[in-house]
Ligand binder design. Structure first.
Ligand SMILES: Nc1ncnc2c1ncn2[C@@H]1O[C@H](COP(=O)(O)OP(=O)(O)OP(=O)(O)O)[C@@H](O)[C@H]1O
Ligand SMILES: [Mg+2]
Length: 134
């Protein structure tokens, strides 16, 4: 990435769920220090856009287009590898760990071994463990 290049550069991103196209040719650029909001009515495709950027679509979803993060095209990179490069997605409501801080939610999926051990330990011994049936 050059000094002035965007942190995130998304181009011509489209997503289909089967025959239905949920996102058509989306483009978004985020530069260092910027906060970018995506707004739209229910069903407009906001979650689809973010999940596609993260590589975390459900199995029925298929994305095409380019997602470039810090100068690297990560379009074909697995979600866990995108996380290890520094990308993260904090989902809404029930998919958050409410008892954890915002920072802990953000770093939870980091892939160094100690973080995984901590996360598994936390899930096993927290009140949340009943949700995970562990
Ligand atoms: N897993 C899925 N399978 C099939 N269609 C889906 C799936 N997820 C979303 N869709 C469809 O894709 C379109 C975009 O949905 P999406 O959830 O991305 O919208 P949204 O803007 O996040 O909506 P909301 O404001 O309700 O969160 C909608 O027509 C929705 O019905
Ligand atoms: Mg949504």
């Amino acid at each position: 990435m050059n000094a002035t290049g965007p942190i995130l550069d998304v181009n011509a991103l489209s997503v289909r769920y089967g025959k239905v196209e949920a996102l058509h040719n989306a483009a978004i650029k985020v530069r260092a220090g910027q906060i970018v909001s995506v707004i739209g009515p229910n069903g407009a495709g906001k979650s689809t856009l973010l999940n596609a950027i993260m590589g975390a679509l459900p199995p029925t979803g298929h994305a095409k287009g380019a997602v470039v993060y810090q100068g690297e095209d990560v379009s074909a990179v697995a979600v866990e590898k995108r996380v290890s490069r520094g990308m993260c997605l904090v989902p809404e409501k029930r998919e958050l760990f409410a008892s954890m801080t915002v920072e802990d939610n953000l770093v939870l999926a980091r892939t160094d071994a100690s973080a995984w051990v901590s996360a598994i330990f936390w899930i096993r011994w927290s009140p949340c463990s009943s949700f995970f049936r562990v």
